[in-house]
Design a protein around this ligand. Structure first.
Ligand SMILES: [Zn+2]
Length: 364
């Protein structure tokens, strides 16, 4: 804790340790308990005030912090009087983070005080010291806090800012001039919150949502139909391209063709082919469900990666286990999730194809 560097004189004015007579002749009292103080201005220790006969009380430990806060309030008030409240532009980052999406936008606006600020210089730390109307249509509450203090409780209906300052090093606290220099250099007015009165945050959110949908669509398109004969096939169909679903009029599962290169695949689906290297290629597809007859209505869909056109050396360990786990008996990698598999493969793919007959990828 910081030793007491300033105190109140007989008329209640603030006095610094270097501004008073030595010892009990200082004529100052403790700002917390009101007891008389002595000024210690020795050579060995940092100059400070102490209670007479060292009668320090636990509650007086906050005296130094509350004096510093009082100085910050006076400093802010003086700045308002000369150049206005030093309010920086308000900034807020709006972001959307999902499996495949990580987008953000920095929104910024200016808010200027209108009319006179109401000051409550003796307000306790959890209450605002300044209330002032802003040209953005809300009231601004400014709290004055020392760096170590907790921020004030949030209030949704008003704008909030804090005037904060790191604790000065001991030598700075001896006289008013150096404290003021410290405040001028280090104290700052920082926004906590500004309600979205002009709809700028909402507009940014809408833009990001739309961008996210576009990114997601691009991923799905890439996964579903990236060039080749499959694209021609899809282009003839004017309906929105289905993703790993069957054609609009599905062939009965019993008579749907089955492909040995895709063990356990569901009937009537598209296959996506990924060539990662000369020796490594995969088919990504939906697995047939054991159980409910209509697999398209099932909520849980399981996907597999099959080494294509056949098992290659080291296929069991080629895909990280975070993407899927090899089933050596079935000869496939069972995917943990569709999007993780698409993400993994798309980033490494030299060539991607999609189609309903996986034999067309031979030689690709
Ligand atoms: Zn005291």
């Amino acid at each position: 804790m910081t030793p007491l560097f300033s105190a109140l004189n007989a008329s209640g004015a603030l006095r610094f340790i270097s501004e008073v007579a030595r010892g009990s002749g200082c004529g100052c009292s403790c700002p917390v308990c009101g007891s008389p103080l002595v000024a210690r201005q020795g050579a060995a220790n940092e100059w400070h005030f102490a209670h007479e006969a060292s009668q320090e009380r636990p509650e007086c430990e906050t005296a130094s912090a509350s004096m510093l806060r009082r100085l910050m309030i006076e400093h802010l008030r003086a700045r308002e009087g000369t150049g206005g409240l030093p309010l920086p532009p308000y900034r807020q980052r709006v972001s959307i983070v999902r499996t495949l999406i990580n987008v953000h936008e920095d929104v910024q606006w200016r808010a200027r005080p209108m009319g006179h600020a109401q000051w409550q210089p003796l307000a306790p730390a959890h209450e605002p010291v300044v209330r002032v109307r802003l040209d953005t249509g809300v009231e601004l509450h400014i709290h004055v806090v020392l760096d170590a203090s907790a921020p004030p409780p949030p209030e949704a209906a008003v704008a909030q800012a804090v005037f904060r300052c790191p604790l000065p090093p001991p030598g700075v606290l001896r006289d008013r001039g150096s404290v003021d220099r410290h405040l001028a250099q280090h104290a700052e007015l920082v926004w906590l919150h500004h309600p979205d009165t002009m709809g700028l945050i909402a507009a940014a959110q809408a833009r990001l949502e739309s961008r996210s949908r576009q990114i997601y669509r691009n991923w799905l398109n890439m996964a579903h139909a990236a060039g080749g004969p499959a694209t021609v096939d899809e282009a003839e169909d004017s309906r929105p391209a289905p993703l790993f679903y069957g054609p609009a009029t599905p062939i009965l599962p019993e008579s749907a063709p089955r492909y040995d290169c895709a063990p356990g695949h569901a009937p009537n689906i598209s296959f996506t082919f990924y060539r990662l290297s000369e020796t490594e290629a995969w088919l990504l597809y939906l697995l047939e469900r054991k159980g409910p007859a209509d697999w398209r209505a099932a909520s849980e869909k399981l996907y597999a990666l099959a080494p294509y056109p056949a098992r290659f050396a080291g296929w069991e360990d080629a895909v990280p286990t975070s993407v899927g786990v090899a089933d050596r008996v079935a000869g496939i990698v069972r995917c943990r999730g569709f999007l993780d598999a698409v993400t993994y493969l798309s980033r490494r793919s030299q060539l991607t194809r999609s189609g309903r007959d996986p034999s067309v990828f031979l030689g690709a």
